[in-house]
Design a protein around this ligand. Structure first.
Ligand SMILES: CC(C)(COP(=O)(O)OP(=O)(O)OC[C@H]1O[C@@H](n2cnc3c(N)ncnc32)[C@H](O)[C@@H]1OP(=O)(O)O)[C@@H](O)C(=O)NCCC(=O)NCCS
Length: 209
């Protein structure tokens, strides 16, 4: 009788660990995917309602489109819905005009365990002049999630030196971000008088009450 009970106990443990291994399969068991497998492009015409008072396209419109293309690209790679965690290098150095045809080209640059970085190149084309300008390249970190649980994403298969470069650059950005965060924590520890000395040559007026 006792032997039977132990047998059932070990059987349950075996089944439990089997299911656990199956559900939480390590990254190496997932098949790698090439960045090109999830390449995604969105092209949209910039209509007058997207413009600001200066007649140029609102940055928020472009950000929203970038978020959409990042979501689509990350979800294709992950095979799971993803959420946006962080956005890096959003610098709009060239204005986008009403009538421009904006294209957002997204590609997975890097994968971690549950996160992935999608690089997005944004161009704006003046169709009449046949002139294309590169307005910005930004990086969206997305995380795969299901039922509020993080999900492991497939590894990235790097087929070209360009893909290796992008992966390595994303790693650098990740490390630099960590370093920046640590530095900001130190800055926040500064005494207020020390912070005030930083403002000496700045264009502000301090009138503490
Ligand atoms: C992102 C989120 C899942 C992180 O949850 P967490 O419990 O802190 O999880 P972890 O610390 O284990 O991080 C999970 C992954 O996210 C990455 N991550 C977490 N915070 C990050 C940040 N600020 N920047 C970049 N990556 C980040 C981690 O590096 C990790 O990646 P890895 O698995 O590839 O190593 C959680 O904060 C969340 O769900 N945020 C809301 C996201 C959302 O809804 N966005 C839509 C816009 S509102």
């Amino acid at each position: 009788m006792l032997i039977h009970q132990y047998g059932a106990f070990y059987f349950i443990i075996f089944i439990h660990s089997y299911i656990h291994t199956f559900i939480h399969s390590p990254m190496s068991e997932l098949q790698s995917k090439a960045p090109t497998d999830s390449d995604t492009t969105i092209t949209e015409l910039m209509i007058p309602s997207y413009a600001n008072f200066g007649g140029k396209i609102h940055g928020g419109i472009l950000l929203s489109l970038m978020d959409k293309v990042a979501f689509a690209c990350a979800t294709k790679h992950a095979g799971n819905y993803c959420v946006t965690v962080s956005v890096e290098e959003v610098d709009f150095l060239q204005a986008v005009e009403v009538g421009d045809l904006v294209s957002m080209m997204a590609r997975v640059n890097y994968v971690g365990n549950t996160s992935l970085v999608v690089g997005i190149k944004v161009t704006a084309e003046n169709v009449k002049k046949r002139h294309v300008k590169h307005t910005n390249t930004s990086y969206f970190t997305m995380v795969a999630k299901e039922d509020d649980q993080l999900v492991t994403v497939p590894p990235l298969l790097l087929n070209t030196m360009e893909e290796v470069r992008r992966f390595a650059e994303a790693l650098y950005r990740k490390k630099l971000k960590k370093y920046y965060r640590e530095q900001m924590k130190e800055v926040k520890k500064n005494d207020l008088n020390e912070l005030l000395t930083l403002l000496n040559d700045e264009r502000c007026e301090v009138r503490l009450k």
